[in-house]
Design a protein around this ligand. Structure first.
Ligand code: PMP
Length: 469
């Protein structure tokens, strides 16, 4: 295709034409927002018709520096100009060691392995935990009859660690796991923040405990400091590794480089991804020198992971977070966001709880219909938020948002919650006025039938179901 043909194609594509083309050619995995995105700038994205959206989701926590940040653009342009986008891991290039050193400095760990995604980082972390347990057991013990292998993994209820087999095995949500059984054997789930349950399930047969210090897909739930501290002590006691999955919470999102740093612990392995590559696919798992001894050349590898383009961009991302003082900014603007959302909660009975840390915030609403309405209608108001776990509005904005953006978000949420309450109340009154109508509605369906707001349709945004990746 010539350059002019490519441009022409882009100009004529519409949401309808792209939807139609995708429907016939892609696996039907995604229930997409009904928007065709074309451009991004700062904290805004623009659709094919030029409509602007304030982005409080940032590509599910990826676009930490927003869109079109000059540091990212420059790093990409410079590397493209060198003509070296990929080398494979058979060769050295200039950036892996520098990036690893930087990650080690901010995490307190010693070594890194680069991947292309979060799930791959989790896969690598779990493989490393198994390999480490074997190394510690020694070959003689492993061969002894009756020797209890140290292969179990403990994860938390409500967790999300990814979609590949081992990562999926440690993911709690049954509907993600069940269709693909049998998965990796030996995973035990511990009740959320339940130290007694952890004490019951973490024993000498466990090689690793994997924890998201702030659960993301599960609806933004902070793991307590007490749980993390006990988890650290118990894993030490039983010779198991503590894996912090910081794919969503890490690299500054909570106002510190890593969420585990709020609890003052150091895990044995940390997984990262999302914002690391500035929008390009790059993840990593980090570990200590002691644990890394379990890895020998050839035991693990990747074709693409840690290529020169992604690593050069990651260096630009990390140095920008530092040079622009974004950790402090995230903590400050996160506190402002939280305070403004708490005002909203005081005004709206529909807002049940506000959770999270820094710029990783969940607003739990009273019911799924309200959350669906808010997520759908926000889009019609030029605001992107995400609904997760049925009732939670998840906010993962770029780190660079300012007070005026928070105010814009809160104004829109305020309007939408007021509208939803007014519409459901008037519908309830109408049904109550005609109580014989209400009596005819089966009890289980009363709530949804009485929700006039659910009938508000919007051709532009369409229906939104719970979206997670
Ligand atoms: N772990 C956590 C905590 C995540 O939030 C995610 C993605 N939402 C993953 C793992 C999987 O990452 P990826 O989609 O890049 O494979």
């Amino acid at each position: 295709m010539t350059a002019s043909a490519a441009t022409k194609h882009e100009v004529v594509a519409t949401l309808a034409s792209v939807k139609k083309a995708e429907a016939g050619t892609l696996l039907p995995t995604y229930d997409r927002y009904q928007v065709l995105l074309r451009r991004g700038r700062g904290v805004y994205v623009y659709d094919a018709e030029g409509r602007r959206y304030l982005d409080f989701l940032s590509g599910i926590g990826v676009n930490a520096l927003g869109y079109g940040h000059p540091a990212i653009v420059r790093a990409i342009e410079e590397q493209v100009a060198r003509g070296l986008l990929h080398t494979s891991n058979l060769f050295f290039h200039d950036y892996q060691a520098e990036l690893a050193r930087k990650l080690e400095a901010i995490s307190g760990l010693d070594r890194a392995f680069f991947t292309n995604s979060g799930s791959e980082a989790v896969e690598g972390a779990l493989k490393l935990a198994r390999a480490h347990a074997r190394l510690k057991a020694g070959t003689r013990k492993l061969l002894r009859p009756g020797f209890q292998k140290k292969t179990h993994v403990v994860a938390l209820e409500n967790s999300f660690h990814g979609r590949t087999f081992a990562a999926l095995s440690t993911t709690w949500t049954k509907k993600y796991r069940a269709p693909f059984a049998p998965l990796m054997q030996g995973v035990r789930f511990v009740k959320f923040n339940d130290v007694a349950d952890l004490e019951r399930k973490l024993d000498a047969s466990v090689c690793a405990l994997i924890v998201e210090p702030v659960q993301g897909e599960g609806g933004i739930h902070n793991v307590s400091r007490e749980f993390l501290t006990r988890a650290r002590a118990l894993t030490h006691k039983h010779g198991a590794l503590l894996i912090a999955d910081e794919i969503q919470s890490g690299l500054g999102r909570t106002g510190k480089w890593f969420a585990y740093q709020h609890a003052g612990i150091r895990p044995d392995i940390v997984t990262i991804a999302k914002p690391l590559g500035g929008g390009l696919p790059l993840g990593a798992f980090l570990t200590t020198d002691a644990v890394a001894k379990a890895i020998k050349p050839g035991l693990h590898g990747t074709t693409f992971g840690g290529g020169p383009l992604t690593c050069a961009v990651a260096l630009a991302v990390l140095s920008t977070i530092e040079s622009e003082g974004l950790l402090r900014h995230v903590a400050n603007i996160g506190a402002y966001l939280r305070a403004r959302l708490e005002e909203l909660q005081a005004r709206h009975a529909l807002v049940r709880e506000i959770r999270g840390l820094g710029l990783m915030i969940g607003v739990e609403l009273a019911d799924a219909e309200a959350a669906k309405f808010v997520a759908r209608e926000a889009m019609a108001h030029g605001l992107i938020v995400n609904r997760t776990h049925e009732v939670v509005i998840r906010l993962l904005p770029p780190f660079i948002i300012e007070r005026k953006h928070v105010d814009e978000l809160v104004r829109t949420l305020d309007q939408l919650l007021r509208r939803y309450a007014a519409e459901t109340n008037s519908e309830r009154r109408r049904l109550a006025g005609n109580s014989s109508d209400l009596a005819k509605v089966p009890a289980g369906r009363r709530r949804s039938q009485s929700s006039a707001a659910t009938n508000v349709t919007n051709a532009r945004t369409g229906a939104l179901r719970s979206k997670s990746i």
